[in-house]
Design a protein around this ligand. Sequence first.
Ligand SMILES: Cc1ncc(C[n+]2csc(CCOP(=O)(O)OP(=O)(O)O)c2C)c(N)n1
Ligand SMILES: [Mg+2]
Length: 1013
Amino acid sequence: MSEKLLVPDIGDFENVEVIELLVKPGDTIKENDPIVTIESDKSSVEIPSTISGKIDTINVKVGDKVSKGDLLLSLINSTKSLPESNLPKDTENIIKQAEEAMAVNKEELVKVPEPPKEKKQSIIQVTNGLDTDPLETQDWLESLTAVISKNGNQRAHFLIKELINKAYREGANIPYTQNTPYINTIPPEAEIKSNGDQNMERRIRSLIRWNAAAMVVRANKKFPELGGHIGTFASAATLYDVGMNHFWRAKNNKFGGDLVYFQGHSAPGMYARAFLEGRLTEKQLDSFRQEVKPGGLSSYPHPWLMPNFWQFPTVSMGLGPMLAIYQARYMKYLINRGLIKDEGRKVWAFLGDGEMDEPESMGAIGLAAREKLDNLIFVINCNLQRLDGPVRGNGKIIQELEGSFRGAGWNVIKVIWGSYWDSLLANDKTGQLVKIMNETVDGEYQAMKARDGAYVREKFFGKHPETLELVSSMSDKDIWRLNRGGHDPHKVYAAYDKATKNQGSPTVIIAKTIKGYGMGKTGESVNTTHQTKKLDVDDLMYYRDRFDVPLTDEQVKNIEYFKPDEKSPEIRYIKERRLKLGGYLPERSTFAKPIKAPSKDIFDFMKVSTGDKEMSTTMALVRMLTNLLRDKNISPRLVPIIPDEARTFGMEGFFQKIGIYAHEGQKYEPEDAAQLSSYREDKSGQVLEEGINEAGAMSSWIAAATAYTNHDIEMIPIYIFYSMFGFQRIGDLAWAAGDSQARGFLVGATAGRTTLAGEGLQHQDGHSHLIASTIPNCVTYDPTFHYELATIFREGLRRMHEKKENVFYYITTMNENYSHPEMPKDKNCEEGILKGMYKIKEFNKYKKTKIQLLGSGTILREMLSAAEILQNDYQIDSEIWSVTSFNELRKDGMEVERYNLLNPDKAPKKSYVEQCLGSTEGPIMAASDYMRMNSDQIRPYTNNKSFYSLGADGFGRSDTRKNLRKFFEVDKEHLVAYGLSILAKEQLIASKYAKDAMKKYKIDGDKPMPTKL
Ligand SMILES: Cc1ncc(C[n+]2csc(CCOP(=O)(O)OP(=O)(O)O)c2C)c(N)n1
Ligand SMILES: [Mg+2]
């Protein structure tokens, strides 16, 4: 049967140009195969076939304008698609596989036996002092206890929910609290026990504690300026040790490995463990924070400085939690796209309670719950202190965090009290103990641990006769021994076990600890703990005794490290545990295969002139990406990341072509279902549409850009954003990306202070290149023409993803439409584009006066126009240089200058700028759509030639592009006037020409500087 394929609904567009035919008569095509590419003035989209068959005739040609309903082609032997299966084949397959895997997981889930729960005592307590009828309360509570023991927790929960709903419907509009009492979430009888040797683990932990502290103290004894932290790891040692001994699986050839984000300033503890494991030497410990000589240990986790050890930079507070969430999300993305196996890997993040004050720390917890990231576990170490003092002196950080995380939909496990409290809580028949636990504020809890047992008896248990009675048979020492949950390996183990088995939501473990645990009077639970980095001999003796470290007094005085013999049970144990868990942690490695850069011809279409066709560089980029999606090596690895601006950048064609990642697929028919670029969410979708969330998008980008090490698969993330909402919004994340050795593309679209016209002060970017230039491994470009963009992009693919160079690219693209010329034939052009500048044109008619004109981004076009005016109206010759990157030119200049200064006896080298401009004629005038500082960067490298830079300094404002360029004095008229004035200043022409030009172009010499307006 024969069938006709018509142009589908293409949204609001009419008469859209056909720019590519992707098939020819005689071809056999399948459903969803792209047929033609059409292009409006803003975006290009492929039209896929909805029919399979052999092409009989094609009814359109390149250059035709088409609208909805126009005939594209006729097919013979066609079969039409069924409406419900319009997903691409591989998408369908991936979904099928994922669904099968989910079914298997579900079966596994059913098989996991629930631990036997012996209910001895109700955990529900009377805690409300405003109880007006205790007997009635008791009745209700007993009924509930009966339900729990007879029908289980779920039933009890259901009944409570129904009661609350009923109360709400009856008008009792009192919000349900997100808090549970201030006790452990897991009751003692439900705790899963560790099979580890507890005595052995305590001994090992004590040695790690000692060596960690010794390392900091030794470094500071040598060089007091070095700093370091003891108190943080001291509070978290048990939290780390239980994970290291029992939970965290390393990467090896059979398993991808869990990913652990260690709290930045607990690094000494990780080094101390690695020392016992034999991964670090004593000499290395002694070079903690002395990294200038190779082999030193970095202050905090920095993959850039210790590339085989640290995986995640976490010390800038708040970044760790966000990055971990997006890492867990990205892991699911890779699984759902069928790019990695689902091995049940987990992402763990260790955070400080003070760190949770960072808006970033909590900023993405909603996403984690929404996306059901049950591969994510947060451990918040609540030692109740941050740097200066208590985190919530007058409140309770644990309760506050519980409320926020539960509200967001997380599985919350509180680990507040250690095992010594179990019997006290069991004997708390009236609930008075829990009541005072609930009422005591963190400031008091902290103060108690800075004192002694007698103080705790008086100030805590003494709050009520019943609780005082509860501890009457206990000595002050016994009271002092009542431990906090985060220091009890049993409680921590039970929490970790529960967290790893949780399904359908992320888990947060909120553990209560003591800052400076074991440091005694000088450092335990005191406000100055955070800065303690020196311990005197008495403190050290106390610390040794507190943890039974087998060192003599003499050895303590010398602050010696302690490492048992290789054959000792301790070392054997520590190694055995890690062997069982697949290897050591942290460790950074990569086994990712490179991606072959696409052949040059895939970019050829960008090397020819666009003729009359005008387009922006943003559009040229999208065209290029569309083409790259046809390269079988590149296509699956591209990760387009967009913060809800796809349409702004003309990328809506991607919705249908590769889909938007959505872990639940698409549960609704989109409003625009009938249209070609309809909003398509898909479980195996490729685009990460992050919402209005630049920090989240950047975190996703970092996860993708480091997938080569964390998942052993090289990915090509391309995050496209409004350039103004890039670096200045997420600068610290970009810095962390550099540290992480991220590889990928950042695209600052709609860039330029005067190029993005109507949006105004907050939108117009005149400095992102300068911010980007602060990151040493960030390579930046500001191209003007499509062939420059293609050359830069291809080289980026080659350097980062084929040659595995640890750099990342920042490219600005613009929204100004213009036609693009053919790539110059000059064989040095490509090299120049990549190095940062090349000569694009020369006017040499009059051979009297010459000027060198440098332009970047869209201002290059103003410069080209200005050169023409200078030639035609003023008989000035010029050479015009397209500067694709002032930043790259400066890097080269700096390096060459440094070499020359350090090698005064050798023949000096020439910077690339000098090679280009050093022996040219006339002064140099440079301009870009960025601050003058952008072009000023190359001033020192021009061989003392006169150098003038122009740029868009000052706050932007909304107006037409023409008016803005005039205002910032980077339009062709100002460039002409400035050019003439420069030549006059250099005494090459008379000043009257400049004056004339200013009059002609109505340029007011007394106008205030734009920075002051
Ligand atoms: C963004 C940022 N701001 C400030 C700091 C400096 N700083 C380092 S540790 C610290 C206190 C941390 O308190 P908390 O998170 O409770 O960790 P703890 O040491 O108590 O475990 C601060 C303010 C930082 N590292 N990062
Ligand atoms: Mg803290």
